[in-house]
Write a protein that binds this ligand. Structure first.
Ligand code: 1GP
Length: 249
């Protein structure tokens, strides 16, 4: 089993080195915006590209990953909304189990069906406890996954869910308010979850400013994911990266 990317993420956590992942939804970026985003990401020392979406309706996944790999050395990690969003051209796959929900298909069912294909891909597989948190608006992911998010003020449910995920052997916890969330996850929930787990914590959903990204890192996030806001304004990548990396000095 490959574990290079995970080792880097884990070492980052141990060394309190905060990281920034730019989320690319292959459906949403035209060629020139993708190239511009890659260029700014390189200049800003972005740590990872996450690629995927809850509903990828075009067949551009392969092309987008190939373009990123050709133009940069930033690791590309698949963040798939469904088992068909997989390409061996990426570096790693977030193998998501939706532990905040009670939909057996997304806890284990789809994994069973796609297991041979996933294994054959040769990708580094990173088992992730994926937790949806209410971001104040129904998101594509909550609709598609047919699950209820964790209520935004229920920190205990979040920390117990994350602890259970860690004890089940998952290697990362990804708390997500959903793409385009009205309200990002609260810092108090991040603090509580970070306090109770030892594996790296990824936070995403509705983060639109450098200040918020930094605040989340100070609360205990190890990796911040931003999609929507940098899709609208790729120049924001520079500010968010600088804010997150300023904590590593
Ligand atoms: C969504 O965590 C990601 O799954 C990022 O969310 O698009 O709102 O930044 P945004």
């Amino acid at each position: 089993m490959k574990h290079k990317i995970y080792d880097t993420i884990y070492k980052g956590k141990i060394g309190a080195k905060k990281a920034f992942a730019v989320l690319i939804d292959p459906d949403k970026l035209d060629d020139s915006t993708l190239l511009k985003t890659i260029e700014i990401a390189i200049q800003s020392n972005v740590d990872y590209f996450f690629v995927g979406g809850s509903l990828v309706v075009t067949d551009t996944l392969d092309k987008v990953v190939t373009t990123i790999k050709n133009k940069s050395s930033i690791p590309v990690i698949l963040f798939p909304g469904s088992p068909d969003q997989i390409t061996p051209k990426a570096d790693a796959l977030l193998y998501l189990s939706l532990i905040s929900g009670r939909n057996p298909e997304l806890l284990i069912g789809q994994h069973v069906i796609s297991a041979p294909f996933v294994k054959q891909s040769g990708l580094e597989i990173i088992p992730v406890g994926y937790m949806l948190v209410d971001g104040g608006t129904p998101t594509t992911v909550s609709y598609i996954s047919n699950t209820n998010p964790i209520p935004a003020n229920k920190n205990d449910i979040a920390s117990c869910t994350a602890m259970a995920g860690e004890m089940l052997g998952l290697k990362l916890i990804y708390m997500d308010a959903g793409s385009g969330a009205k309200q990002a996850i609260t810092t108090s929930m991040i603090q509580q979850v970070a306090k109770y787990i030892h594996i790296p914590l990824i936070i995403g959903g509705g983060i639109t400013t450098a200040e918020k990204a930094k605040e989340n890192c100070l609360a205990g996030a190890d990796i911040i994911v931003v999609g929507n806001a940098v899709e609208k304004d790729p120049a924001l990548i520079k500010d968010i990266a600088a804010a997150i990396h300023s904590l590593n000095a």
